[in-house]
Design a protein around this ligand. Structure first.
Ligand code: HEC
Length: 234
């Protein structure tokens, strides 16, 4: 009996010693930002990931708030322009034009102007929260990017919609003759290499979307995954 106790004590001591000796990480945090980098927090609004796709597809359009048109001097194509031209007051949504125009009762002042639909409650809330959180340009690593269940009908169409691609690329006057509103046409343009060429802004292709920032990593990766899977009609 005593024999067992002594050996198990010794064993416990050795385990303790082992852990006590390995508390120093081999790589310090700032040398290796990718490993310790910020994963996306669901309660934080990230400008490029969350807000910009909405602004790009609804506001930063030709004739409205792209760099060329800049209606009322407001450009909503990227973070710097938004901060310089849209009267954003960090921490004070109600004092920020960018927020105020979304909730305006007076239809002459509301953005986007009729007949465009107003932002949804969730979209308005996102702008509010972003300003409340300091209107920062935070980045995060999207470990939640789902590349396992990528489908045409859910993932690819949603990503193209949210970047405003379908608006310019549908109907009889589709821009550049490129149609992105039905499966066959999207699969064709994807298989020609032009879809990812445009999204990834490769040399020799028109960069898409034409104004504002490039598509974020996750939606671009998802479309690439769908192409790698053989552009299935799923
Ligand atoms: C504001 C309108 C507009 C939006 C939004 C837009 N496009 Fe385009 N797109 C165009 C125009 C105009 C062209 C033709 C450009 C040219 O030929 O120089 C074009 C060309 C293309 C091409 C052909 C590129 C090539 O070089 O062969 C592809 C592919 C494309 N767009 C995909 C997209 C995708 C994907 C999105 C969304 C991420 C998108 N577009 C958003 C207007 C738009």
């Amino acid at each position: 009996m005593k024999q067992i106790k002594t050996s198990s004590l010794l064993f416990a001591f050795l385990i303790l010693l082992f852990y006590a000796c390995r508390h120093e990480p081999l790589v310090s945090e700032d040398q290796n930002p990718d490993i310790t980098g910020n994963t996306c927090d669901p309660d934080t609004i990230y400008f490029n990931k969350d807000l910009l796709p909405l602004l790009a597809s609804t506001c930063a359009r030709a004739g409205c708030h792209d760099a060329a048109s800049q209606m009322d001097g407001v450009i909503l194509t990227d973070y710097e322009s938004v901060m310089q031209t849209a009267d954003v007051r960090p921490g004070n949504p109600n004092g920020s034009d960018l927020y105020e125009v979304l909730t305006e009762d007076d239809l002459d002042k509301r953005m986007p102007p009729p007949p465009n639909l107003p932002f949804t409650t969730e979209q308005i809330q996102m702008v509010y929260t972003w300003i409340m959180q300091g209107a920062k340009n935070l980045e995060c690593i999207d470990t939640a990017c789902n590349l396992d269940d990528v489908t045409y009908s859910q993932t690819v169409t949603a990503n193209l919609q949210s970047y405003g691609c379908v608006g310019c690329h549908s109907g009889s006057s589709a821009n550049g003759g490129v149609i992105l509103s039905n499966y066959t046409a999207v699969a064709d343009i994807a298989n020609s290499g032009r879809l990812m060429g445009a999204i990834n802004r490769l040399d020799g292709f028109a960069a898409m979307p034409p104004s504002g920032s490039a598509m974020a990593q996750c939606p671009a990766d998802q479309i690439q995954k769908w192409i790698n899977n053989g552009t299935p009609d799923n």
